[in-house]
Ligand binder design. Structure first.
Ligand SMILES: *Cc1c(COP(=O)(O)O)cnc(C)c1O
Length: 424
């Protein structure tokens, strides 16, 4: 029998009893979303400051994406790639032009996108670069987050994500993040085929590297004939104030491929907001020399590239462009950090604020083990704003990019009130 939920308590009890305990959610049960707002089972309204880890940049239940989903769901949803379908081709043309690459390989979840990029990089290494088979090395950054598969957690250094999930996949080497000399010396190894990196480390606590880091890293890779792979699953799709975080500081309206400061990666991995929160879609973009190494039967996914998913993704990308979400994220990001900086200056409970666009974090001035950040998030929830701590005493603030300036100020007032209450 399907149970109807009448209270938050009831829903939490069901999850406790019947669900694997692989998450530790904030005690709020959501039942409705619209734009920047979420509502719980009791009807209380909240500002969403997580955006499903930046998967709903376009805002909850965006009407245009919803309509595309309904229309496509009423027509054709899944055929498998054993046959062609009439939505995949248009999607492939649309997304490659949108981001300025020759080709795309569609998958479903972000972790699958990462796995896909790793496989392509290894194959490219053997077939194009001439690395001896089974000896390819891929460089990654310390404190990375690229997903949860057995291979991806093999090169994590988060003990929680790794412990007792071994043996680990070999062929990965970690270097410090935001460290060009470390990258240079790692690339002295001629077996290196790729460097996989997040332009801003989101899960680790929104670590923003030096302004030149991405550009320099890409240059070093190019010089050594190593593929530069950008994981923009969280930072991409306008989140950081430009279409992609690798776009840097250009003043375009989200079409950074045309700008001189654009650092074009050899492979770009996208997920999350590529489908506006409606349906899992991920994608790897690359030019022909790289993507061409994949031949029929060598990689795939039953759901990857299905008409429903790619129709949703195309519409979600159109919304980002039409509503100028990159520009809004950039503008609101400045306001948010300015207001948070005032709190940091005034209240010793906060250590610092950092971030870019609307991907920001506030570091709480307490020990790694203390529950202060968690307690603050619970207090924020009581005051109508949902955020979640990430890695110890860091709170990530990442609202949907459709937020207005007035709404943002209202949210900053809520945060200010909670910070003040913790400072007594
Ligand atoms: C969320 C995320 C992933 C994994 O995506 P899933 O859809 O959860 O598999 C990979 N890389 C980064 C940077 C992410 O933020």
């Amino acid at each position: 029998m399907m149970e109807t939920i009448n209270s938050s308590k009831q829903a939490i009890e069901l999850e406790e009893k019947y669900g694997a305990h692989n998450y530790h959610p904030l005690p709020v049960v959501l039942s409705k979303g619209e734009g920047v707002y979420l509502w719980d089972v009791e009807g209380k309204r909240y500002f969403d400051f997580l955006s499903a880890y930046s998967a709903v940049n376009q805002g909850h239940c965006h009407p245009r994406i919803k309509q595309a989903l309904i229309d496509q769901a009423s027509t054709l949803t899944l055929t498998s790639r054993a046959f062609y379908n009439d939505v995949l081709g248009p999607f492939e043309k649309y997304i490659t032009e949108y981001f300025g690459f020759d080709m795309v390989l569609p998958m479903n979840t972000g972790a699958e996108g990462v796995e896909t990029a790793l496989k392509i990089a290894r194959k490219w290494g053997y077939e194009k670069k001439g690395v001896r088979e089974n000896e390819a090395v891929i460089i990654v950054a310390e404190n990375n987050f690229h997903g949860r598969t057995t291979t991806v957690i093999s090169f994590s250094n988060d003990e929680n994500a790794r412990k007792n999930f071994g043996p680990y996949t070999p062929g990965f080497e970690k270097i410090p993040y935001d460290d060009i000399p470390a990258l240079q010396s790692a690339l002295e190894n001629k077996h290196v085929v790729a460097f996989l990196v997040e332009p801003i480390q989101g899960e680790a606590g929104v670590y923003t590297p030096d302004d030149d880091y991405i550009r320099k890293a890409a240059e070093v890779c190019k010089k050594e004939n190593v593929l530069f792979i950008a994981d923009e699953i969280q930072t991409g799709i306008a989140r950081t104030g430009s279409l992609l975080a690798v776009c840097g500081h250009c003043s375009c309206e989200g079409h950074c491929e045309k700008q001189s400061s654009y650092t074009k990666p050899d492979m770009l991995i996208l997920g999350k907001a590529i489908s506006g929160g409606f349906y899992p879609v991920s994608a790897v973009l690359a030019d022909k020399e790289v993507m061409g190494v994949i031949k029929p039967g060598q990689h795939g996914s039953t759901f990857g590239g299905n008409p429903l998913g790619v129709k949703v993704a195309m519409t979600a990308l159109e919304v980002v462009r039409d509503e100028k979400l990159a520009l809004n994220a950039r503008k609101l990001g400045h306001i948010f950090r300015e207001r948070m900086q005032k709190l940091v200056d005034e209240y010793s409970i906060l250590k610092l604020v950092r971030g870019k666009g609307l991907l920001n974090a506030v570091v709480v001035n307490d020990t790694q083990e203390s529950s202060t950040a968690w307690d603050m998030c619970v207090a924020l929830k009581e005051n109508g704003l949902l955020a979640k701590p990430t890695h110890g005493n860091i709170i990530r603030f990442a609202p949907p990019l459709v937020m207005t300036e007035d709404q943002l100020h209202e949210c900053c007032d809520i945060i200010e009130k909670v910070v003040r209450s913790f400072s007594k």
